[in-house]
Design a protein. Structure first.
Length: 123
């Protein structure tokens, strides 16, 4: 297996004596080189046909598993969501009507009742 250039660079820096007070700058240089090395390696792997086939297979399996868990296909989901949204909207409309009815009866009752001084809220 080929030697890791990042580790070689770090070992070379550690051989220097004394270590400079710019340890963070040295660490950043090592981290940057490591990131570049990983980026190159992953880019090479991701450019292969084998990776594309593996990724395609993984996505297909994930979609199949998702469909089996939800019990619906991708086409049925929007219809089910639309039906659920309609039920929620209807329920909201009913609640708004109820609240409007209470507000109007409360307004009539408060108009009939004599006004008294303000009550202090208990704190």
């Amino acid at each position: 297996m080929a030697a890791d250039p990042v580790l070689e660079y770090w070992a070379e820096m550690m051989k220097r004596t004394p270590i400079t007070p710019e340890v963070m700058a040295q660490w950043k240089a090592v981290a940057d080189r490591s990131l570049e090395a990983w980026s190159r390696a992953l880019s090479e792997v991701m450019a292969t046909d084998e990776f594309a086939q593996l990724l395609g297979t993984s996505i297909e399996q994930w979609l199949a598993a998702q469909a089996s868990v939800t019990g619906t296909g991708n086409r049925a989901q929007p219809a089910a969501l639309a039906a659920q949204l309609s039920r929620i909207e209807e329920r909201l409309r009913q609640l708004e009507e109820r609240l409007d009815g209470r507000e109007s009866t409360a307004g009539v009752a408060s108009a009939r009742a004599p006004r008294r001084g303000r009550r202090r809220r208990a704190e």
